[in-house]
Design a protein around this ligand. Structure first.
Ligand SMILES: [Fe+2]
Length: 145
């Protein structure tokens, strides 16, 4: 059901942006400035999608979840409580980004099947955004082999 899928996108996007924000605060190392800036742009981009996602749930006449408990139950993105080294932060976010790509591609198909073209368009934009984030994360990791 599309509304349930969008709730998963909402909770997962929230968990993703919180982790990127957390890494923005706590990253350390010789390229601190670059990574602090990059993680900053990452969390802001994903945060910018959250309100629209919740409003699409409402458009489908379901209520949007909005608590840590509900988000934790719905999210496919695990939280992080340790402070990993910069390379591990990048690897973890790349893995999470690939999970978001799989999720949004699946939800896109559901939106098309349910003939919800506006929602499919929005999700297509999220697929593009996560594909761009994956490219940047891979590129940051390349220098660290
Ligand atoms: Fe900041």
């Amino acid at each position: 059901m599309l509304a349930e899928d969008l709730k998963v996108v909402l909770a997962s996007s929230y968990a993703y942006q919180l982790k990127a924000h957390y890494f923005h605060w706590n990253v350390e190392g010789s390229d601190f400035a670059q990574l602090h800036e990059f993680f900053g742009e990452l969390y802001q981009e994903v945060f910018g999608s959250i309100d629209k996602t919740a409003e699409l749930v409402r458009q489908l006449d379901e209520y949007a979840p909005g608590s840590f408990d509900r988000f934790r139950a719905l999210s496919i993105i695990d939280g992080q409580t340790k402070v990993p080294r910069a390379k591990l932060m990048l690897e973890e976010l790349l893995e999470d980004t690939n999970k978001m790509l799989d999720l949004t591609k699946r939800v896109f198909t559901v939106a098309e099947e349910e003939n919800q073209q506006g929602i499919a368009d929005f999700i297509a934009g999220r697929i593009d955004a996560f594909a761009k984030h994956a490219w940047m994360l891979r590129s940051f990791l390349k220098a660290r082999d």
